[in-house]
Design a protein around this ligand. Sequence first.
Ligand SMILES: Cc1ncc(COP(=O)(O)O)c(C=O)c1O
Length: 417
Amino acid sequence: MDGKDIEGRVDRMQAQIRNDFPILEQKINNNPLIYFDNGATTQMPNCVLECLNRHYMQDNANVHRGIHTLSERSTCAMEDARKTVADFIGCDDPMQIIFTRGATDSLNQVAFGYAAQYMQKGRKVIVTEFEHHSNFVPWQQAAKRTGAEFVVIPMREDGRLDIEALERELDESVVIVSVTAISNVTGTVLPVREIIQKAHQYNVPVCVDASQAIRHGQMNVRELDCDFLAFSGHKTMGPAGIGVLYGKKERLDVMEPLWYGGGMVDVVGNEDTSFTTIPYRLEAGTPNYPGAIGLGQALHYLQEIGTKEIAAWEKELTDTLEQRLSEQKYVHVLGGNVEKQSVISVVVDGIHPYDMASFLNKYGIAVRSGNHCAQPMLRRLGYDSVIRFSPAFYNTKEEIEVIGDRMEKIISFLKKW
Ligand SMILES: Cc1ncc(COP(=O)(O)O)c(C=O)c1O
């Protein structure tokens, strides 16, 4: 499907899509809201809001514990959502889907529940410089606790991952490689498939942080053959506070729970406790079942629109945005000439990102400034703060035009001072 096909289809769907997101139909500071902060959180369509409302109004009860009708309804809806998630990522067995609080929770569980038991002096864990703190700090801290070596594969000058450096580090002593699929700072698409193939040559498992990539529908765990995959609901048109951890069965089976409590046990004695099977063994306590149900609805919604269409349209928006911003005087797009998806970050000569984001907000444009929870990446880029624009499929090229115009105005105004 080329750009023109996509644009035609999306044009036809755009009006409907915009109607699906009531939050976008408002003015901020007397200007129509232009929401380009989807890298942080995406908005929820009506069907998800209605699903949550319906759940709380008609079906709400604790899951897995009751035999009464409401509890059964809640349980069925949550387990249906588990199936939907499995289907969305190409996993055959819904029991390999663990509901967590978010990507951060999922990644910490892999670091401390799975990998830490194999980490010790003489062994290594590998991440990249492209990581969000959530896929960096847990590994660094687990390595510190266990004496394992923490290896960070750098970004090359041209903005690509230094894959040769990864090859040099890979050997049987590596416990795990954990890598993001798309950088939340530069939008760089990482060669995840290649990384997995290379790591598997040494039987090294790979954990993929799919937070920025999941809504494009291309994180198929069967095709990727990744060992773990993590993402959050609130970056995929679902609610906040719910996340997913997928794992290969043999990996999940040996994972230690980080939390103990109700719902994950088999027999509890005074001396010891035996535990139930996955996924429940790794979901101690009352799970966020409304969040899971809302996430399931969000994934259905994405499937209805078509994830290929979403990916292609967001790519089109990303390229248009990159082009529009890079042609502006004083503006520098970060990350080099690499494939980018749904995230573009810039710096503007002489203007602090915080000021630029504040001025854009005056025009109703929501973007993010700061280090984007990726300090190692920002250090490599040579900045401590940048401005991030992150479009989603409900955004339009007209909005990009407005962003471009407003940026020009703000820059020319601030440059006078
Ligand atoms: C690439 C990436 N990984 C992990 C996370 C952490 O997600 P959460 O805060 O939902 O746990 C984010 C959030 O911005 C992200 O962009």
